[in-house]
Write a protein that binds this ligand. Structure first.
Ligand SMILES: [Zn+2]
Ligand SMILES: [Zn+2]
Length: 263
């Protein structure tokens, strides 16, 4: 299968100076070089959002990172986007991207990460703590409804290009999320690293018109552009090529389209 780009990769850009280790292993250049070697035409650098406790990218470094990306993009002849993997922070749909960030960001991914800083104390106790325990004891119906509503609110309130690793580590009603995603033009990710979709969930997404984006979620350069697990899933569940936005074509992202239209 020929994927034109990988739009979810991590680098040491999201390193916190106080931590003795790196969350991801490669530099910007390592990932871009890897993308070139894999024959990708496009790549996105999407480090963790600003409210992640340990691995967030820094607002202060956005401009210099963007400039570096532009330089490397030309050097390797790969189109490289600067994105972010934002965090859900609150039941009300708040994520950790503010309008000003869009000055530098091309695309916005968003996913659930247990190490994000909740917006309010009530979010900590209604979302983050129960979902932590749900990984061991199962998700109650009430929590699942709350999770679903949080994602729907976030898609409604923000311009989110892609929902990452949906239903992984935070269970929700995939069908309801997919309906909202279709309404707003948000893509649903097939994440090589964390994909737990059942056949029914894939069918539900397809039945309501959902569109998939295949990503590696690479945390080291050698994983960039490798989608073996997702290729098997696509074959196994017979997902039509036209429903995968980066298979044999370039995806269109909401935020990029808006930027072009505003110019
Ligand atoms: Zn993630
Ligand atoms: Zn990620």
């Amino acid at each position: 299968m020929n994927f034109f780009g990988d739009y979810h990769t991590h680098t040491i850009f999201s390193r916190k100076p106080f931590l003795p280790f790196n969350h991801a292993k490669g530099t910007l250049e390592d990932n871009i070089k890897a993308a070139k070697q894999m024959g990708l035409k496009e790549l996105a650098i999407t480090d963790h959002g600003f409210n992640h406790k340990y691995f967030s990218c820094s607002r202060k470094k956005m401009l210099s990172t963007k400039q570096e990306i532009l330089r490397l993009s030309q050097k390797y002849d790969v189109k490289v986007y600067l994105g972010v993997e934002a965090n859900f922070l609150s039941q009300d749909g708040t994520i950790d991207v503010i309008p000003k960030d869009m000055e530098y960001l091309d695309i916005v991914l968003c996913g659930y990460h247990k190490l994000a800083k909740p917006k309010r104390l009530s979010d900590k106790f209604k979302i983050f703590v129960p979902n932590f325990f749900a990984n061991y004891f199962g998700t109650s119906k009430k929590l699942k409804e709350r999770n679903t509503q949080m994602i729907i609110n976030a898609i409604e309130k923000n311009s989110i290009d892609v929902i990452t690793h949906l239903n992984n580590k935070m269970k929700c009603d995939v069908l309801e999320v997919a309906k909202k995603a279709v309404e707003k033009g948000t893509l649903i990710e097939l994440n090589e690293k964390h994909c737990t979709f059942t056949e029914k969930e894939v069918r539900d997404i397809l039945n309501v018109g959902g569109m998939f984006l295949v990503d590696s979620d690479a945390h080291r350069p050698e994983k960039v552009g490798k989608f073996k697990r997702m290729e098997s899933l696509i074959e196994k569940y017979n997902i039509p090529e036209e429903r995968i936005v980066n298979l044999n074509k370039f995806p269109e992202f909401l935020n990029l389209k808006r930027k072009i239209n505003n110019k």
